[in-house]
Design a protein around this ligand. Structure first.
Ligand code: ADP
Ligand code: ZN
Length: 742
């Protein structure tokens, strides 16, 4: 199905490097680019953040003529065009937001061959005037973005998309590229049919999003759990918080604001103006949290959303995947975090039980709900459960979900389950979880008395456990379908419960269903924080510079540079335009436009920590020459001559500045120092490096002073870059803890 990979066309790679500043294509991008550049059609299924845009943008530059991109998301077109223009690509859009003059101007540019890429709304494309125009213009390809909108099967059906069959009819020989992140077979078949792609290669990527860490915890106090999560793991980051009701959206946003987290509410009850304002703020500010109903998100292209939190259960696993998928499009570590509780499970089960939908619809919905709840209660790798729902198999547990990071204890809960089930049956299969818990715990409440439940044999049988345990157990029994939720939240034992009650079946459940988060040393792996503590001040300075440049130009900050690019700059601390130009995401146009300013920010931040004498002689002069060379290349001349002297930036990256809040120096702990020396000898033997290559004395001394107790605390220790932390971090922490305990 997927075309066999072959070598990448050097011309395509050259464009990727010169325009985007990227070194290599990702996954199947190269194959797609080659297919389309050679005049072929293709269907591309790739998850959000997978890199679909390059699949049509690069061929548009490789082929003569303009690439026509059909996109239903008018709100995004300006962003996409701004992003391309920043790269020096001649891009424009045609949609209803343009004035008549604006339209004329774009049309003239199109006919004059002055455009590389043109984004068109489908209704605009279908106008006879536009189609005629396109027949007269040189067209490189048609890219149909969000191609699943052709299908009535999905939830995003657009009638105009259904009419895109006009493309194969009127432009049969121009390459057509359909792209989507929605994968099911029926939708795919519709895309092939409508866009005439029978026989065209289909490029299907894994739907895994490895940079997203999946976490699910039991709901205790959702707002404070959320606040704790944001404060500990994502302070100052942009994120989305999903709630089911408008009321809880409003309340949560208000609460976060009161606690000092910059947050704004978004739901369908707000006026279009208020909603637009919230969306604009989200795109244009750095660290805003949007608290929203599911109404928020479609077409949110912001690449640096660092977390997506669910305070209520999503509708289905598809919904969950889509909503969490809005995190981390830029590939940097991000978190999908959810809390849910007994009441949520009872509610969704009850709503389904009482739904008036036809039988077959209800059956599909019940299966979807089961899948979602199985995911929530999973005692195996969550990514594995999620991907298997989409028909993919994960070869190993992922190592980046709460289950992998802190495996829950699974124990035989057969006896407790029998107690809970018989409590439900003996009270008449009609009481809610609170009452059942009272009965199990032997609480002599008014209701228990009135019902005479204090005389039941189950009364008080569960005293050995606490209320939390029982609520967790009841939640799992409802999730797994042993208990059904009916009217007034009443729980009744189902047919599935019978073999369990008769002792013919055992039940194993996760024990620590209430574990709010993975243990701190594992959770706080270095990969978790997008930027090392030592590089943070420079990263922040670069972000501040970016924001001011973005404001001047009226574009979102990530259009200037992505976080991933700023992160690399902060780590590398380039001292010359040449070195800066090697950073992924710094193409020639941006180097020419912003290079000197960025170097200025780097110099300004490094001033204290990095003596000028450590810089290579002549670096500054090379900078100026490099700039001229860069401009030359943009105009089509040859590559700038690469200076041969090695860059001085590397050592700076290996020895990041300590963070500003470094504690005042204190004497090193002798036992810790000795343990670390021993560890270093061990590592030197294992790796075959000499001891000071493993880590230098300065690092050892700093560790003995700081005595880090978690891997996260290693960030910012002189001499410990991400690679060393990755390789040795856990063993260093182990050595420190053992020495301190002994
Ligand atoms: P999608 O449209 O599939 O959601 P995008 O096209 O927006 O994804 O790409 C997601 C991010 O990944 C963007 O920031 C993009 O610049 C980056 N990206 C895509 N391909 C590459 C590549 N080959 N090398 C580096 N970054 C890439
Ligand atoms: Zn996992």
């Amino acid at each position: 199905m997927t075309a066999a990979p072959t070598t990448t066309d050097p011309q395509a790679l050259d464009i990727l490097k010169r325009v985007w500043g990227y070194d290599a294509f990702r996954g199947v991008q190269a194959d797609i680019v080659r297919t389309v550049a050679a005049g072929g059609h293709a269907l591309v299924l790739m998850p959000t953040g997978g890199g679909k845009s390059l699949c049509y943008q690069v061929p548009s530059l490789l082929r003569p003529g303009v690439g026509i991109v059909v996109s239903p998301l008018i709100a995004l077109m300006k962003d996409q065009v701004d992003t391309l223009r920043q790269l020096g690509v001649r891009a424009a859009f045609l949609n209803s937001t343009l004035s008549l003059d604006g339209v004329r101007e774009v049309e003239a540019a199109l006919l004059a061959g002055e455009l590389d890429l043109l984004y068109v709304a489908p209704e605009r494309l279908l106008l006879p005037r536009t189609l005629d125009l396109l027949e007269r213009a040189p067209v490189a390809l048609f890219a149909v973005d969000e191609a699943h909108c052709v299908s009535q099967w999905g939830h995003d059906f657009r009638p105009e998309y259904g009419q895109l069959g006009v493309l194969p009819e009127r432009f049969p020989h121009i390459p057509r590229l359909a792209l989507t992140a929605t994968a099911d077979d029926r939708t795919r078949a519709d895309i092939v049919r409508v866009l005439g792609l029978a026989g065209a290669p289909q490029f299907i990527s894994s739907f895994d999003r490895p940079n997203i860490q999946y976490r699910v915890a039991a709901k205790e106090g959702p707002k404070s759990q959320l606040l704790d999560f944001i404060r500990r793991e994502h302070p100052g980051d942009a994120g989305i918080v999903y709630c089911l009701s408008r009321k809880s959206v409003e309340e949560t946003a208000k609460w976060l604001l009161a606690q000092g987290v910059d947050a704004v509410a978004y739901h369908a009850g707000l006026s279009p103006r208020e909603r637009n304002a919230a969306q604009e703020r989200f795109l244009n500010e750095e660290g805003l949290v949007v608290v929203a109903t599911v109404a928020f998100g479609m077409g949110i292209d912001k690449p640096n959303v660092r977390f997506v939190a669910h305070l209520d259960l999503p509708k289905s696993l598809e919904g969950y995947y889509q909503e969490t998928g809005r995190a981390g499009r830029d590939g940097l570590p991000s978190t999908a975090w959810m809390v849910y509780g007994l009441a949520d499970v009872v509610n969704v089960r009850r709503m389904l039980a009482q739904s008036a939908a036809p039988e077959d619809v209800r059956r599909v919905e019940a299966a979807k709900l089961d899948a979602l709840l199985t995911y929530c209660e999973a005692a195996t790798c969550r990514r594995g459960v999620l991907l298997s729902y989409f028909g993919e198999t994960l070869p190993h547990p992922c190592g980046n979900c709460d289950v992998c990071l802190a495996p829950p204890r699974v124990r035989d809960a057969t006896r407790e389950a029998q107690m809970a089930l018989s409590a439900a049956i003996r009270t008449g299969n009609r009481f809610g979880a609170a009452h059942l818990t009272d009965v199990l715990l032997g609480r002599d409440t008014e209701k228990v008395r009135a019902m005479g439940h204090h005389t039941l044999p189950t009364f008080g049988v569960g005293k050995a456990h606490d209320e939390k345990m029982w609520r967790g157990l009841l939640r799992q029994l409802v999730s797994l379908g042993y208990l059904a939720a009916g009217e007034h939240h009443g729980l009744s034992a189902t047919a599935k419960a019978r073999p369990l009650l008769r002792g013919e079946e055992t039940l194993h459940l996760r024990e620590d269903t209430l574990a709010p988060r993975p243990p701190r040393d594992r959770a706080a792996r270095p990969g978790r924080a997008p930027v090392d503590a030592g590089d943070r001040p420079l990263f922040e300075a670069l972000r501040a510079w970016r924001l001011s440049r973005a404001r001047e130009q009226g574009v979102p900050p990530y259009v200037i540079f992505t976080d991933a690019t700023l992160k690399t700059i902060a780590e590398l601390r380039p001292g010359s335009l040449h070195t800066l130009g090697t950073v992924s995401g710094v193409g020639q146009r941006k180097l020419a436009e912003y290079g000197e300013e960025v170097l200025g920010v780097v110099r300004g931040q490094s001033g204290g920590g990095r003596p000028a004498s450590s810089r290579q002689p002549g670096e500054a002069e090379r900078g100026a020459a490099g700039n001229a060379a860069v401009l030359g290349v943009l105009r089509g001349s040859s590559q700038p001559s690469a200076p041969s002297a090695p860059s001085s930036a590397r050592p700076a990256a290996l020895f990041p500045q300590p963070p500003d809040d470094t504690p005042p120096s204190s004497p090193p702990h002798p036992a810790v120092a000795e343990a670390l020396r021993e560890l270093r000898r061990e590592l030197a033997r294992e790796t075959g490096h000499s001891a000071f290559v493993v880590f230098p004395n300065a690092t050892l001394d700093a560790l003995a002073v700081r005595q880090p107790r978690t891997v996260a605390e290693l960030a910012g220790v002189p001499g410990l870059g991400p690679k060393r932390i990755e390789a040795y971090g856990e063993r260093i922490v182990d050595a420190v803890l053992t020495a301190l305990d002994g």
